[in-house]
Design a protein around this ligand. Structure first.
Ligand code: GTP
Ligand code: MG
Length: 184
């Protein structure tokens, strides 16, 4: 009882006096699961009939005293031109890949490497997420690291996890990783 009250007061103090907002941009090819992931992270329900994003979508995800302002961009070819602009100055970039759609991997790799070459984005931490780990015939994390050629991305912190937005697998690790960059 007393501990619960203490926790509430402590959380309130954190939110009031140490409130931090961070920007996170989520990119990746169409159908990778960006909007689904953001929906689940912000407490919504997963759905199989998610609608392709036109332009972008923004949602706030609250974790303790940190508000993650998440920019979810459209992944269809005509929207990729916007990616660089929405990645400038953010605390972290999340690049999402459908690890069950092997045919699209070379294009995902090309788009990621082209983006990472922009001088404007130098130093911004990158988290590559292999989504849809619930499906059969998917890549392992090591295979994804190779397929995306992540060892050749320099001048920034890079990590790679396998997740499932559908089954909510490994999503805590995603948030923990992002929160490390809240105050940069
Ligand atoms: N099996 C499975 N399906 C998923 C998962 N995440 C997303 N999907 C499905 O993949 C499809 C595309 O999901 P979206 O979240 O709309 O993909 P997106 O990356 O936002 O696509 P764009 O907005 O067009 O760039 C939908 O049918 C989702 O239900 C997952 O973890 N597992
Ligand atoms: Mg979308």
């Amino acid at each position: 009882m007393a501990a619960g009250l203490f926790r509430k007061v402590y959380d309130w103090l954190l939110r009031t006096f140490w409130a931090t907002e961070m920007d996170v941009t989520m990119i990746g090819l169409q159908n990778a699961g960006k909007t689904s992931l953001l929906r689940v992270l912000s407490g919504g329900e997963f759905t199989l009939d998610s609608i392709p994003t036109v332009g972008f979508n923004m949602k706030r995800v609250q974790r303790g005293h940190v508000t993650l302002k998440c920019w979810d961009l459209g992944g269809q070819p005509r929207f990729r031109i916007m990616w660089e602009r929405y990645c400038r100055g953010v605390n972290a970039i999340v690049f999402i890949v459908d690890i069950a759609d092997i045919a699209l991997l070379p294009m995902a790799r090309e788009e990621l490497h082209a983006l990472m070459e922009h001088e404007n984005l130098e130093g911004i931490p990158l988290l590559v997420l292999g989504n849809k780990s619930d499906l059969p015939d998917k890549l392992s994390v090591d295979e994804l690291i190779d397929a995306m050629d992540l060892k050749n991305i320099a001048h920034r912190e890079v990590s790679c996890y396998g997740i499932s937005a559908k089954e909510e697998t490994n999503l805590d690790a995603v948030l923990q990783w992002l929160l490390k960059f809240a105050n940069r």
